[in-house]
Design a protein around this ligand. Structure first.
Ligand SMILES: CC(C)(COP(=O)(O)OP(=O)(O)OC[C@H]1O[C@@H](n2cnc3c(N)ncnc32)[C@H](O)[C@@H]1OP(=O)(O)O)[C@@H](O)C(=O)NCCC(=O)NCCS
Length: 146
């Protein structure tokens, strides 16, 4: 398995299949995808891209003690490659990059269905779950990066 930096467009097939199966490929473009500090990581198994995650320099005002933060979006692993540690490997690769950018927090609006994963890798929930139309219940989660 290899973790590599990929382009936003490379994430689209997995975003589409796993995160926006009822959407169009347009729905797979996320705001900030091409911003200067945004980065996208992919896990490759036998040269096949099977897991993706994207990281945006974006502050959530709720976390007042962290002036510089990254937001995680578009985290997805193809079903047949789940529970092999690939998403965790993407996060481990991202942490030093986030730290290098003087940021001390990574946060996301996690699908409640994926909360088990986020909890396992060290994220903590804040507040109550909220509904995102067409996608389902989400909860704000974050992890401090020392
Ligand atoms: C959530 C998701 C991205 C996790 O990806 P993954 O590559 O399977 O995750 P990993 O294998 O790196 O998991 C790391 C650890 O969390 C555990 N884990 C993974 N999914 C879990 C879940 N749903 N509930 C509880 N624990 C989970 C793994 O078993 C592993 O534990 P271990 O270290 O003891 O083996 C993947 O299940 C997925 O694509 N789900 C559908 C899309 C989705 O919901 N994305 C999140 C949007 S917010």
């Amino acid at each position: 398995m290899q973790v590599l930096r990929i382009k936003a467009i490379d994430t689209h097939p997995i975003r589409h299949k796993i995160l926006r199966p009822h959407g169009t490929i347009e729905d797979c473009r996320f705001r900030g995808d091409d911003d200067e500090l945004t980065f996208h990581l992919g896990a490759f198994v036998d040269n096949k891209l099977v897991s993706v995650a994207s990281f945006y320099f974006e502050r959530n005002e709720i976390f007042t003690e962290h002036p510089y933060q990254f937001k995680l979006r578009g985290m997805a692993t193809l079903p047949e490659y789940q529970r092999l540690g690939l998403s965790q490997a993407l996060l481990r690769t991202a942490f030093p990059v986030i730290k290098q950018n003087q940021c001390t927090l990574l946060w996301c609006n996690a699908r409640v269905s994926a909360m088990g994963f986020y909890t396992k890798v060290g994220f903590k929930p804040t507040g109550e779950p909220f509904d995102v139309p067409q996608i389902g219940k989400h909860i704000l989660m974050s992890i401090t990066i020392d």
